[in-house]
Write a protein that binds this ligand. Structure first.
Ligand code: NAD
Length: 478
């Protein structure tokens, strides 16, 4: 059955690697009908800060499958990342990034690496909610949701099962971010318990990243939050051989987007130099996703044979190790010439048709008992004495809510702060209920007093307990 797909040739090296990829797809007999849209630099510079028109968004929605070459995001000027816009608009919650070494044919730090990073794609610091709050302090809101974690983590386990992989490892930093990363880890444990056939483990992301860079062969599927996954998947691709060889799938419940993991490499553009392998790997993931496994396998094996034969683009070619340094077009022609062949030393690709992964609809749990436990009042104040500030802020206490603590960048500076602690102009003043009981509307009286006393209020944040468990961070040193 012919599958209609959307493509975008993007910027920089994008058009060259897309043409090369499409040539291979066509020669291999992929049953595709192609509709092209324009995204990226030209759209941005025409005044559209999202880099994509509404009509193009409609085309992606209609065709559901999108193969996208890299685009250039113009520097500064409020341009929003097109990739993030597409991923979030279409709910592409899982970013699947395989990292495989092709030792000894591609120079690699690791001879035995075959892992897949499944990165959360919509939340975390990539919610893109940033504010400057004082002269000295800016903030970025890290949002992590239960439905987001459940979908992604269940997808990772289903993916492991579908692909015959044995272990799923979760990376978080929940020793520091007990609420956000803590939720991700908790959901991993909950959902993991349903997959008895799959080994599970959790690593703190810093040491986990070091382990991955050192002995990647101990990992199989890694599931992690957006920012960690973004960084780690580039590291994984690079230590496997090159970022130029890695593709990725962005999977949603309604649409999916396939791409290379690298960018538009503007300095290499228009010279027939770029390696089309990353986008081709994205296309191979796409073919499997749409059920054209045989074509995917044929392309993958021809590509592996081309690597084995040492016919390579400049980025991975090594004098004395390989036989021919070729351009983008010639590399595609070399793959086409090998369609039908299989590698003789690298393991041949074998893609087994499997039903698409379908996730159960998210079931919102019944609301937990949510009790107001006070609030944090954030102030912009440009002096250094926490004692002086405390005296002013205490004036704002009411019979319901009283000042209990002040922190600066999270560290407690009052009461009993240390003189050595460096303070910025951004202060958090925690108010707790006087007799253990207050309501959220009691904040208003405190705020009124703060404003009447000419304190520069930046924002407030409520503190809650859910089912009797306090659900907010303590001050460091508290
Ligand atoms: P880049 O990935 O474009 O380039 C990094 C380095 O890798 C460069 O030295 C480049 O020459 C090399 N390289 C990358 N892909 C290659 C290929 N296929 N063949 C040969 N060499 C290759 O990263 P960058 O320079 O940081 O970013 C350039 C632009 O790409 C920026 O505007 C950035 O916003 C954008 N970008 C887009 C995407 C995307 O569309 N998915 C992803 C990352 C970066």
């Amino acid at each position: 059955m012919i599958q209609k797909i959307t493509i975008a040739k993007g910027d920089g090296i994008g058009p060259e690697i897309m043409d090369a990829t499409l040539a291979v797809l066509k020669a291999a007999g992929a049953a595709l009908e192609i509709e092209e849209i324009e995204v990226g630099e030209r759209v941005y510079l025409s005044g559209n800060t999202s880099g994509i028109s509404q009509e193009s968004m409609e085309v992606i929605r209609k065709n559901k499958i999108f193969l996208k070459a890299p685009i250039t995001t113009p520097q500064g000027g409020g341009y929003k990342s097109l990739n993030v816009t597409i991923r979030k608009s279409f709910g592409l919650f899982a970013n699947v990034r395989p990292a495989v070494s092709y030792h000894p044919f591609i120079s690699s730090k690791h001879s035995n690496m075959d892992l897949v990073i499944i990165r959360e794609n919509e939340e975390d610091l990539y919610a893109g909610i940033e504010h400057q709050q004082t002269d000295e302090v800016v903030q970025c809101l890290k949002l992590v949701s239960r439905p987001g974690c459940e979908k992604l983590i269940r997808y990772a386990f289903e993916f492991a099962r579908q692909q015959g992989r044995k272990k799923v490892t979760c990376f978080t930093k929940d020793n520091i971010m007990k609420q956000t990363d803590g939720l991700f880890h908790k959901v991993f444990d909950e959902i993991g318990a349903e997959y008895e056939d799959i080994e599970k483990e959790h690593w703190i992301v810093d040491i986990g990243a070091a382990k991955m860079a050192d002995t990647p062969e101990v990992f199989d599927v890694i599931v992690t939050l957006n920012l960690y996954g973004d960084i780690l998947s580039d590291v994984a691709a690079q230590i496997a051989g090159s970022v130029g060889l890695a593709g990725s799938a962005n999977i949603g419940e309604h649409c999916a987007m396939f791409e290379a993991i690298h960018g538009s490499a503007p300095r290499r553009a228009g010279q027939n130099l770029a390696n089309p392998s990353g986008l081709l790997q994205g296309a191979v993931l796409m073919l499997q996703y749409i059920g054209q496994h045989e074509v995917a396998e044929k392309i993958q094996n021809a590509w592996l044979k081309t690597l084995e034969d040492g016919v390579l683009t400049y980025d991975v070619y090594r004098e004395g190790m390989h036989t021919a340094k070729v351009g983008t077009k010639e590399f595609a022609e070399a793959i086409i010439a090998r369609l039908g062949q299989v590698p003789s030393q690298l393991p041949p690709a074998r893609f087994i048709p499997a039903p698409p992964i379908r996730l159960p609809e998210y079931q919102r749990k019944s609301p937990r008992k949510k009790v107001f436990k006070g609030f944090d009042l954030f102030l912009h104040w440009n002096k250094n004495s926490a004692e002086e500030l405390a005296n002013m802020v205490m004036e704002c206490s009411t019979e319901k809510l009283a000042l209990s603590m002040i922190t600066n960048r999270g560290i407690k500076v009052w009461p009993n702060g240390l003189r050595e602690t460096f303070c910025t102009d951004h202060w958090r003043c925690r108010f707790k209920p006087v007799n253990g009981v207050a309501e959220s509307e009691d904040i208003v009286s405190v705020l009124k007093k703060a404003i009447d006393n000419h304190l520069d209020v930046i924002k407030t944040e409520n503190l809650y307990a859910f089912d009797g468990v306090d659900a907010y961070s303590l001050g460091q040193g508290q």
